[in-house]
Structures are given as structure tokens and as C-alpha cells.
Design a protein around this ligand. Structure first.
Ligand SMILES: [Fe+2]
Ligand SMILES: [Fe+2]
Length: 270
């Protein structure tokens, strides 16, 4: 079996692109993607295509953890195997919806950034912190908002598909939170590895994220990345067992200070 190597991108050692069918065009920047404004038919197809591609990437990342860390605890490997099954279903339901809307795989460019960053890390706690606890937790926030958006334009079918995916994603984030804590309890050095993974991701983001005002390949002006942080999906993050303090940190970073309870558990006056 061919081993996937590394390649240098923006001065960082990232994992080589995963294999993709020939119909897909893999790009490395948001400016090359075909994200559209609004809810036109093509905008909807591109959005579903992009999420379908992200689900393939999630499957790749979980599967590669099984390959790269054969000595990980059996129960953690079982969680990752179940995640692979969930992600493969997510790919299929989004693909089916894409076909129903007249789309096809490979219709738009795709990115495998999450794979390239996560799978470059040499330890399982770092990968769980990056993929499950950061990218997938972020996806919970995005998908919750997208489902509401599809309901507003009376596309109940796509909204229901997204609701189903969200229910599974909560478990992917939850088991990662549980296992990072468990691994850190038996070896405090794990915390340092997690912190290094968080820094590596922040560095990759800083070097590769789009610039405010950049225009993408289909003419959409990309907003300041800071303005595109989605509303934080607090209820689902709680179900995924983020602590209140961790949620407060996320809310602070996302600019939702007024939602953070003070020390007495009271919300500050608006
Ligand atoms: Fe998924
Ligand atoms: Fe997932």
C-alpha cells in the first residue's frame, strides 16, 4: 500500500493530498472555491457539494487515525470505526440530495485543508483536538445555522438531511472530548501535545486563510474571516460535553460576551 507523505505548503509540513476520484478538482485556497452568495440553485448545489466533500475528508481523517495509531485503546478505535460508518452515511445522504437537485460529483472545486493539517500531526490526541474537537465542533455551529436557512427557503428535505448529520456530529465531538481528558489523565504530556496541535492549526489558518476583500473564482467578495464565525451552537456543544468554562472561552473568542454567565452564574445586563 502506498504511504501518504508530506508536502510543504506556506512553509508548513502538511500531509499530502488524499486520493480523490478523477472527477474532483482539489484546490488549496478559499479563493479558488466556487462558494456563491444567496440561495440560488447553483449556490445550494455548491454548498451541498462542499459539505459532501468535507464528510469524505472526515471519513479519511478518522480512518487514517486507525491506520496510523494501531496501539490506541481498543474502545477509542471502536469510536473511530463507528465515526467512519457515520461519515460514509453523511457522504451518501448529501450525494443523494445533490443528485436530486440536479448536481453531480466534481461539479465544483473541493478543498482537503482539514485533512492536510490534521493528518500531519504525529499523535492521536492532537488529531482528535484538531479534527473532532475543533473542525467538527465548528461544523456543528455551521450545520445548525444552515438547517435553519434551508427551512426559511422551504427546502425541508435538505434541512432534515442536515439535522440528521448534526445528531451524529455531536457524538464525534463528545467522544473526542472524553478521550482527550482520559489520555491526559494517564499522561500529562498529552496536554502539551494538544496545545501544540492547537498552535499548529492556528498557524496554518493564519498562513492560508483568505484576506478580507479577496474575490473568489466565481466573483464573490470574501468577507473578513472574523465576521464569518458562525453563531455558537451552545446546546449541542453541551451535549458534546464541553465544560461551561470551555464554552465561555469559545463564546468570548466569537464575540458573544453578553452570553457568558458571570461567577455567580448570572448573565450580565445587556
Ligand atoms: Fe459527518
Ligand atoms: Fe463527524
Amino acid at each position: 500500500m502506498e504511504q501518504l507523505g508530506f508536502r510543504e505548503i506556506a512553509g508548513l509540513q502538511l500531509r499530502d493530498d488524499p486520493a480523490r476520484e478523477g472527477c474532483f478538482h482539489v484546490v488549496r485556497s478559499d479563493g479558488e472555491m466556487h462558494e456563491y452568495d444567496g440561495d440560488s440553485a447553483i449556490a445550494r448545489r455548491e454548498l451541498i457539494h462542499r459539505h459532501m466533500s468535507n464528510e469524505i475528508t472526515s471519513l479519511d481523517i478518522a480512518a487514517q487515525m486507525l491506520v496510523d495509531f494501531p496501539d490506541a485503546p481498543w474502545e477509542l478505535r471502536m469510536e473511530l470505526a463507528r465515526q467512519c460508518w457515520d461519515e460514509s452515511r453523511h457522504v451518501m445522504v448529501l450525494y443523494r440530495r445533490l443528485l436530486e437537485l440536479g448536481g453531480r460529483k466534481g461539479e465544483f472545486p473541493i478543498s482537503t485543508f482539514e485533512w492536510s493539517v490534521t493528518s500531519a500531526l504525529d499523535n492521536i490526541a492532537g488529531r482528535l483536538a484538531t479534527q473532532n474537537r475543533t473542525f467538527e465542533a465548528g461544523a456543528m455551529d455551521v450545520v445548525g445555522g444552515l438547517a435553519r436557512g434551508f427551512r426559511e427557503i422551504e427546502d425541508e428535505t435538505t434541512a432534515a438531511v442536515l439535522d440528521g448529520i448534526l445528531a451524529d456530529e455531536i457524538q464525534h465531538v463528545r467522544f473526542a472530548n472524553r478521550w482527550i481528558k482520559k489520555l491526559a489523565e494517564s499522561d500529562r504530556r498529552v496536554l502539551m501535545k494538544v496545545a501544540m496541535a492547537v498552535r499548529f492549526l492556528a498557524e496554518a489558518n493564519a498562513r492560508l486563510v483568505w484576506k478580507p476583500g479577496e474575490v473568489n473564482a466565481v466573483g464573490k467578495v470574501l468577507r473578513d474571516p472574523q465576521e464569518t464565525i458562525p453563531a455558537v451552537n451552545i446546546e449541542d456543544r453541551k451535549l458534546a460535553e464541553f465544560s461551561d468554562e470551555e464554552i465561555a472561552v469559545i463564546l468570548r473568542q466569537a464575540g458573544f460576551r453578553s452570553l457568558i454567565p458571570d461567577d455567580q452564574g448570572e448573565r450580565p445586563a445587556q
